[in-house]
Design a binder for this molecule. Structure first.
Ligand code: SAM
Ligand code: SF4
Length: 362
């Protein structure tokens, strides 16, 4: 049975119709033989920024509190994922996950699971300065901070909020509390910050952070994305190579979305040590769907097998009924079995998902 609850289509518990050809294996396998071991859980669809490539200026109709997964529901889903479905990494995202008052408890719950998953957070870092210590103590392993510009004016144009200092304070606090290996995610946009790639990389290298440029995807709430209006991976490399030499990193990519490069000054000797690493996530022009290992849970407990899916499989209804963990796991496996082979952005009949990045959980 499929019922439509607004946007997107939400499938209720009809896994039998989708499992006839599904092998009885324990993990989150799909028809294309990909195994999802990397779980992203969206903790809220709300945010305190309004990045132009993600949210409209006026915000979105946000979910009412009772529709959000509770701390206990998140713990149960995470437990099923690591104990029964082979998930090894859990990343909390949103919306802005720091807006959840119970974030520290949620992380502590996941750190107590067996086997212990690697736990990470993707955040805009607003308010992180005051919470980094507690998050580290709760068991958070790694943090990705989204930061598209270190120029206050540009930051305010992109995010529609003048909060650059708060973000920088948050990043500093991570190192003070032992959260190292922070990654910085940046989206470059033509005429806005595409001339700031080198500056951003110089800043990230100096701070010991791994900068990753993300190609802008058609996941904006305003639906104004166009292929001509985005900065491609090739253009990003070209811009960085004005100042640096980029050498593809020798380490295997191992399902990671970012292509990594060792960075050296152009003026330095060929055998000079690398200054660090930069990553490029070329989801649009150099897609990596065939090695995708991700499964997503939205803030209201829907499984999305792909960022670009048009439907979700509801697990919240199961959690709030008397369903067993086995039933929840089986529904999750059924949802992942039908994961599409790729995002299809290049297909002539591609249709952008109704939900934007903040509502899906990026
Ligand atoms: N609010 C948190 C943050 O910004 O880090 C977490 C959620 S945000 C949706 C996760 C990531 O999605 C961010 O790094 C953001 O830059 C990225 N993102 C949002 N919209 C995007 C788009 N249209 N194309 C590419 N990346 C996007
Ligand atoms: Fe908020 Fe993150 Fe979207 Fe920016 S990218 S509006 S910080 S959810």
């Amino acid at each position: 049975m499929t019922v439509t609850l607004g946007i997107p289509t939400v499938r209720t518990h009809d896994s039998a119709s989708r499992t006839a050809d599904r092998p009885n294996v324990p993990g989150l396998l799909d028809k294309y033989n990909r195994l999802a071991t990397d779980l992203r859980i969206s903790l809220t669809d709300r945010c305190n920024l309004r990045c132009t490539y993600c949210m409209p200026a006026e915000g979105l109709p946000f979910l009412a509190g009772p529709k959000l997964l509770t701390r206990e529901e998140i713990r149960r889903l995470a437990q099923i994922a690591v104990r029964d479905l082979g998930v090894r990494q859990i990343r909390f995202t949103g919306g802005e996950p720091l807006l959840r008052r119970d974030l520290v408890d949620i992380i502590a719950d996941c750190a107590a699971l067996e086997p212990r998953p690697e736990i990470s957070l993707t955040t805009n870092a607003i308010g992180l300065a005051g919470r980094a210590e507690a998050l580290a103590a709760a068991g958070l392993d790694r943090v990705n901070v989204s930061l598209d510009s270190i120029c206050p004016e540009t930051f305010a144009v992109i995010t529609r909020r003048p909060f650059l200092n708060r973000v920088l304070e948050g990043i500093d606090a991570l190192g003070e509390h032992g959260l190292v290996s922070t990654k910085i995610n940046a989206v470059l946009m033509p005429g806005i910050n595409d001339d700031q790639g080198v500056e951003l990389l110089e800043w990230a290298l100096a701070g010991g952070h791994q900068l990753r440029f993300i190609e802008q995807m058609p996941l904006d709430a305003d639906h104004v994305w166009s292929r001509d209006g985005m900065i491609t991976a090739a253009q990003i490399r070209e811009k960085l190579e004005v100042r640096y030499v980029l050498t593809p990193d020798a380490a295997p990519r191992d399902g990671a979305p970012a292509e990594l490069y060792q960075v050296r000054e152009k003026t330095a000797a060929a055998d000079s040590p690398s200054l660090g690493i930069v990553g490029i996530i070329a989801s649009v022009t150099e897609p990596f769907c065939e090695d995708c290992r991700r499964t997503r849970i939205t803030a209201e407990g829907g499984v999305r097998s792909c960022l670009f899916s048009h439907d979700e499989t509801d697990l919240l209804g199961l959690l709030r009924s008397d369903a067993t963990d086995l039933q929840v796991a089986d529904e999750w496996r059924a949802a992942m079995w039908v994961k599409p082979s790729g995002h299809g952005i290049d297909d002539p009949d591609f249709v952008q998902p109704e939900r934007s990045m903040s509502a899906i959980g990026g």
